[in-house]
Design a protein around this ligand. Structure first.
Ligand code: FAD
Length: 662
């Protein structure tokens, strides 16, 4: 073992003993991180939630079927804008050029602004287009198919940037000041992540110190991976206000002018995909921000960020739907044309299975995006679980779709579009699709974090009922009271999981050939709830550490939601669409459900038969250095440097690479 590996191992063990871990900087215990997440969580359920009930074994199909409708105005405005955006993208968005130059040309950005694309989600009274979520996401699909980077620019600006938190939580003055600017094309960015803060915002170290007279704050710190940050006019910045005196303190959201003194964009970052992303490292040194620019109260920043993401999360699934459609088109055209071993490759079963997976899953992804978007527009349902499930599921499945597409394309799948075109073939960007999609499983909540987030909601009713019984260290009398309460809850709830509509031969008959699929979902929903109960009974408070178990519960829930969305969509289309969608949607929904059922059954099996505990034990041995011999015989090509860059507060020593679009 090298000296450096030994040092690192020593760090790991030392930190473990103290119950804190981290590369450096803010020291935060695991329970403090959990507490921060818990405080940011919306604990109330004021509106009915299909997802919540699904995890409780209560399959409330009526919450999503019939499919919610758009108003005529929303349809007219949305269709009109999508048509204009499509024309613009076809003529003025050159995806190959953006990929080659790793930059969206300024004229393209200005053209999008002139079209109103930066104000799609902003209400009309503030100069925006006021599109519904459905049409906003359809527009992102159009833009994303022309160039995924253009969709990323628009969605980082509107789904997480200034417009959304200001519209939801801003004062009237803030709305009047910022929304019209954003609608006209002032680009915004959302800055939460720091070198030492990724999935764990409790570690956040950027500070916002109030002035003595309370009129302003001084911001100090460094933000990492700021999408749009390199060209942004306005920033939403998450910073920690120190508590004390009259100040409540805590992580707080601010709107900050990108041109403020003391802001330096120190680097433009480059990635595996999304090559035109204007993503940077932004340093704040004594940046003066008026108190009037604070969004919400002190300490409300994370809650604001999470609430913003409730619907903001749907834009990534929309990009995934766009990728799935493109993948299907390419897979179909290529597999019919390419002949090997005497037949078009589409006729070889190994390829046919991939085509079937892409078609069926693409249908389900679109159904999920559209259903969730329309539920968001309808505003009569709580959609936080559905949006989170859609983000998790669509980003995971779109990645598999792109991987299958690359495989179907063979060597050409691995070749860049530019190289294919240079030697006279169609410049199909399959490898780019794979690279561009990969980040969706990491940002706006990594898949691991999304599973924990959804699992927390899935077990919420259990925690509410049984927390006093399982919490260690409580006095015996409280534990006994807790046990009685849990007994009452489970006494009422468990019998509801024994039987349901899924066992009735004619249930869901209005769904025609899809009725058996929905009966399966109903039965599986109850089985899922029973499995959650068994997990709770077996591990009690330790369940939160069983990430393998919880992750599978969530993945089952995601499949069941996708199956439900596909069936509901197919039924609606069969009634309303005279075209191919209406006539053939059932086939795709049915096939999707057949494929999904196999995955669900496998996941159920793995709940109880898996290598989770052994994997965890092996990982510990790996981390102890026991197998470093296995790493021998290769050269580590990494450029030397610390794992996480040192980012002490203070003035910048780097050039400012911020640029204005002109
Ligand atoms: C291209 C790009 C654009 C981005 N844009 C923005 C932006 O505009 N604004 C912004 O604020 N941020 C942005 N980010 C940051 C992004 O949101 C983070 O990368 C993401 O939150 C993950 O954080 P991290 O990279 O520090 O990973 P870490 O948190 O260090 O996680 C590393 C790994 O550990 C896993 N992990 C972490 N904690 C747990 C846990 N408790 N249980 C199980 N697994 C865990 C993670 O899932 C991941 O696999 C961007 C990142 C990229 C690469």
């Amino acid at each position: 073992m090298s000296e450096r590996q030994g040092e690192h191992q020593g760090d790991y063990q030392g930190q473990e003993r103290q119950g804190t871990r981290g590369t450096r900087g803010t020291r935060v215990t695991e329970s403090e991180s959990r507490q921060a997440a818990e405080q940011a969580r919306e604990s109330r359920w004021d509106l009915p939630s299909f997802g919540k009930q699904l995890f409780l074994g209560d399959f409330q199909l009526g919450l999503i079927s019939p499919h919610p409708r758009q108003t005529d105005d929303a349809i007219r405005g949305g269709e009109d804008f999508c048509a204009r955006l499509r024309d613009f993208c076809e003529v003025s968005v050159n995806g190959a050029l953006i990929e080659r130059e790793a930059r969206i040309p300024d004229e393209t950005v200005k053209g999008l602004a002139a079209l109103g694309a930066f104000g799609m989600k902003i209400p009309q009274e503030y100069g925006g287009l006021g599109l519904s979520h459905l049409y906003y996401n359809r527009a992102l699909m159009i833009a994303g198919s022309a160039s995924p980077v253009v969709a990323a620019l628009l969605s980082a600006h509107q789904s997480i940037g200034v417009p959304q938190p200001v519209a939801l939580f801003g004062t009237d003055e803030q709305k009047a000041l910022y929304l019209p600017r954003c609608a006209r094309g002032a680009i915004s960015a959302f800055l939460l992540t720091e070198p030492d803060v990724g999935s764990d915002p409790a570690r956040l170290s950027t500070t916002a110190t109030p002035s003595a007279d309370g009129s302003e704050y001084a911001l100090n710190g460094v933000k990492l991976w700021t999408t749009n940050g390199v060209v942004a006019d306005l920033l939403v910045v998450m910073a920690r206000v120190p508590g004390g005196g009259t100040s409540r303190g805590g992580i707080t959201a601010f709107v900050v002018e990108g041109s403020s003194d003391g802001i330096t964009v120190e680097n433009r970052n480059a990635f595996m995909g999304l090559r035109g992303l204007e993503n940077g490292v932004t340093r704040f040194h004594e940046v003066r921000v008026p108190t009037a620019n604070r969004i919400g109260g002190e300490g409300e920043g994370l809650k604001i960020a999470l609430t913003t993401l409730n619907t903001g999360r749907l834009s990534l699934p929309a990009s995934c739907a766009a990728a799935a459609k493109l993948a299907l088109k390419i897979a179909r055209e290529w597999s019919g044309e390419r002949v090997q071993w005497g037949r078009p490759i589409a006729e070889h079963e190994a390829v046919a299975r991939k085509i079937a997976f892409i078609a069926a899953t693409g249908y389900a992804i679109e159904a999920m995006v559209e259903l969730s978007s329309q539920l968001a527009d309808d505003k009569r349902r709580d959609i936080r679980i559905e949006a989170a499930l859609a983000k998790l599921y669509c980003s995971e499945m779109a990645w598999r779709i792109a991987d299958d597409l690359v495989q179907i394309r063979g060597g050409r799948g691995y070749e860049t579009a530019a190289s294919l075109a240079a030697r006279g073939e169609r410049g199909v960007p399959a490898e780019q699709m794979l690279r561009d999609l990969r980040i969706n499983r990491i940002f706006e909540g990594s898949s691991e974090i999304m599973r924990l987030f959804i699992a927390r909601e899935a077990v919420d009713a259990h925690l509410a009922a049984a927390s006093e019984m399982i919490e260690p260290g409580l006095p015996a009398a409280r534990r006994a009271r807790g046990a009685a309460r849990a007994g009452r809850f489970y006494g009422r709830w468990l019998p509801t999981l024994v039987a349901g509509e899924g066992q009735l031969p004619h249930a869901y008959a209005e769904f025609g050939p899809l009725a058996p699929r929905l009966r399966y979902v109903e039965r599986a929903s109850r089985k899922l709830a029973r499995a959650t109960f068994y997990g709770m009974a077996r591990w009690q408070g330790g369940l939160e550490r069983r990430q393998g178990f919880l992750g599978r519960l969530v993945d089952i829930g995601a499949e069941l939601f996708a199956m439900s969305a596909a069936c509901v969509r197919a039924q609606m289309d069969a009634r309303e669409d005279a075209g191919g969608r209406g006539r053939h949607g059932f086939e795709l929904a049915d096939m999707f459900c057949a494929q999904a059922r196999l995955r669900v059954d496998e996941l159920f099996g793995q709940l109880w038969k898996n290598t989770d505990a052994a994997d965890t034990a092996l990982a510990r041995l790996v981390m102890s250095g026991r197998y470093t011999w296995l790493e021998g015989g290769v050269i580590d090509p990494s450029i030397p440097g610390p794992w996480v860059a040192e980012t002490a507060a203070g003035p910048s020593k780097r050039d400012n690479v911020h640029r204005r679009i002109n």
